[in-house]
Design a binder for this molecule. Structure first.
Ligand code: HEM
Length: 404
């Protein structure tokens, strides 16, 4: 799956991608690459908008016990997010040289770089502190423990979760830093993980980006430009739970280390059997093209009656019968050296949006945990789930439907 900006996506509907790209210059004007994304709207940005090259995922713990201070924080984040997404500094400039500047300054003169800010509430926000127990959506259930989990408390949970994405790491850092600064006295950082994904600027073929195992990752994602499909898969509807979540979504975050050294010693044939797709083309094993329908490929047998795509291949187990879908928006991470093992601390910051993790992420992860051939090379070390607020309008604020 290749994510395209809105204008491009419309040109693609009804035709092949290649045909659309060839026709594009004559048929429609390409959107300005640097145009900031809109912050206000029915849904928050950063979910079905194309993933920029960098992410900071940040989990915060509230230190206040006052609901009014949580409201004030979300109001100030809303104003700041609108400013940041427009490529402007946060706060008002002041002439008082004795005060710290309102904005930290490192994005001065830089474009908005498609920065998006996406905010959600973790299950712990609905404990006794703020009187919100009765408002907790059933879909915001704690994730169950899965076989093979090696979760570390320091990379789990959070009262609030914020996903900051941008095409430039400095712009992304600036946004997350200033949001953190605005939280002072009300919330503190609990854990954070940065990530990256190769962008078309370095990929002249504009292909599905590859993860750190060298495989195309995101091929079989549901199309984020298909609004009807997104209403089925991603956006909470009025029939799905509390009214305050209509137009929102649920984010599952998993920090998954990849034992890259072990993976790099594995033969190509085995690597492809582990995933169930060809490494170079991304085609299902036994197929020719990345876009070949996986459901058909899964039924193919070798001459001696064995499945061409092994029973424990990642894509076979992840797909199941194809009825359960999530919108994956993962980023790779590389945190340097793990001094305990002397190996690279690298992997996948798995970020997936859906309307109800109980019937989506959890169902898929139960199939993978303990069974997936990939488990030999990965370990889930961090985990969190958030109710991502619906979008907001000018004058409103993120979380208003929950807190007002
Ligand atoms: C480090 C961990 C993981 C790696 C390296 C990985 C890699 C991949 C790759 C290469 C593909 C094939 C291309 C594609 O369709 O995107 C894929 C497909 C998929 N993965 Fe993963 N994945 C990981 C973890 C997970 C987890 C935790 C889940 C959800 C619980 C998941 C769900 C899926 C789904 C739903 C598909 C599409 C299956 C289909 O074709 O219908 N993956 N993954």
């Amino acid at each position: 799956m290749i994510w395209l900006p809105d204008g491009w996506a419309k040109a693609v509907i009804g035709g092949s991608l290649m045909a659309a790209l060839v026709l594009l210059p004559a048929a429609t004007e390409a959107p300005a690459e640097s145009a900031p994304l809109p912050f206000y709207g029915e849904h928050q940005p950063g979910i079905v908008t194309p993933p920029p090259g960098f992410v900071y995922f940040v989990a915060y713990d509230l230190t206040t016990l006052k609901k009014t201070e949580v409201q004030a924080l979300l109001k100030s984040w809303t104003v700041a997010a609108a400013q940041l997404m427009a490529g402007k500094p946060v706060g008002d400039a002041t002439d008082n040289r004795l005060l710290p500047p309102a904005d930290t300054g490192e994005a001065e003169g830089l474009s908005a770089a498609h920065v998006t800010i996406t905010v959600g509430a973790g299950p712990s926000l609905f404990d006794k502190r703020f009187g919100l127990e009765a408002r907790r959506p059933p879909a915001l259930a704690d994730l169950p423990a899965f076989a093979d989990d090696q979760l570390r408390a320091e990379w789990c949970g959070g009262d609030l979760g914020v996903q900051v994405c941008a095409d430039d790491q400095q712009v992304a850092f600036h946004a997350m830093r200033n949001l953190t600064r605005l939280a002072r006295g009300v919330a503190v950082l609990r854990w954070t993980q940065a990530g990256f994904v190769a962008k078309t600027a370095v990929d002249p073929r504009n292909e599905t980006p590859r993860n750190l195992q060298g495989f195309k990752d995101g091929t079989d994602n549901p199309n984020p430009n298909d609004t009807a499909l997104m209403n089925q898969v991603v956006w909470a509807q009025s029939t799905d739970g509390p009214r305050w979540m209509v137009g929102g979504s649920y984010l599952v975050v998993r920090k998954i280390q990849i034992r890259v050294e072990a993976w790099d010693r594995d033969g190509l044939k085995d690597q492809e059997n582990v995933i169930g797709r060809q490494k170079n083309s991304g085609a299902p094993l036994g197929g020719l093209a990345e876009t070949d329908f996986l459901g058909t490929a899964l039924t193919k047998k070798t001459a001696d009656g064995q499945p061409v795509i092994p029973d424990d291949a990642h894509v076979r187990l992840a797909r199941g019968d194809g009825s359960v879908k999530i919108l994956r928006r993962g980023y790779s991470f590389a945190n340097g050296l793990d001094f305990k093992t002397g190996q690279l601390d690298a992997g996948l910051l798995f970020l997936a949006f859906q309307k109800d993790p109980r019937y989506q992420f959890v169902v898929i992860q139960k199939r993978l945990a303990g069974n997936d051939a990939l488990n030999e090379y990965i370990q889930h070390v961090g985990s969190a789930v958030f109710a991502v607020f619906p979008g907001t309008q000018v004058g409103g604020y993120l979380g208003k439907t929950l807190l007002d």
